[in-house]
Design a protein around this ligand. Sequence first.
Ligand code: PLP
Length: 374
Amino acid sequence: MRYFDFAATTPAAPEVAEAMRPWFTESFHNASSLYSGGRAAAGAVRRAREAVMSAMGASDGTLIFTSGGTESDNTALIGAALKSGRKAVAVSAIEHHAVLESAEFLGRLGREVRIIPVDRRGRIDMDAYRELVDEDVAVVSVMWANNEIGTLQDIGALSEYAHERGAVFHTDAVQALPSQRLDVSECGADMVSVSAHKIYGPKGCGALWLRSPELIEPYMHGGQQESHLRGGTENVPAIVGFGRAAQMLEQRRDGDAAHAAALREIVMTRLAAEGALINTDPALSVPGILNAAFSGVEAEGVIFILNMEGYCISMGSACNSESVEPSHVIRAIGVPEEYARGCLRISFGRGQTEADALELAEAVIRVCRQQMSD
Ligand code: PLP
């Protein structure tokens, strides 16, 4: 298999596609309808909600289905800021655009936006955090795992401090869910975003877990769906698919994580031996993501040539793939200039073998060496 971009998206598992199919056709009813077909759809949504909550380790709180991680992040950040009388929001410098752009939107509405710096490994700078998160901050958002370099944050400590200052704490766990037992009820965070298509579920479906529905002012007005927090007819097939993917994740998560870690080790060891700068700290990151760069190489060209050979890798977040500038994450962690344009993100998942990983590593080395000698 030559697909090494599981952090961008995963294929829907065959079991997921199969579980979704009847909800498009014979069981097409609206989950709000009172007759039996509607009640069946509502039952399917309820079971999917239980499955996703279980996979997130949520024994309490409210889970609302959304159109994906992006909507979950927007709902959390904007909703919590609108609810609060406080003037500021604080987000880390390496957040996904879904959080950064939501913060900028709040900035245009007159809120103060505070950006929390990170260290070379992508970990929150705790001194800066303590300075920036004060009694003026309505909501803090720090991602559980970063999508470009994989770095994990100490969500317990960060949320505890935010609570001491009376702020609401949100975390984007889109990249953490595939490998981490989130235990959201115990993790300290007030709101947690996840997405189906990173766990072999369908695209266009996500969820936001809230410790309490009172934390946000909803901005999606309409029907009473999703605990009155997100109007709109439920996407029943996608929600059913998310539920099935979540059930499978609970059974497979540890095996998936060990598999990804083993493959990453193979690629990382080979690239490092050839002089690559490794931007992912294996001890502090999700197992499925590796970010590495060779000096003087342009990632875009490497990705293009590898693609002609059938390989799919990335140079950062997929939403960023038209930009040739180093991403905001690469900038924020301070990758030296000669490596910054060469950062490649290689990500691992189900169905890949050790031989695939080794083959990819050799292909990356060959193409980068070629570019370096040109
Ligand atoms: N947050 C993170 C960390 C992500 O990696 C992504 C997707 O790449 C998103 C949010 C957006 O999720 P979705 O594609 O479901 O809107």
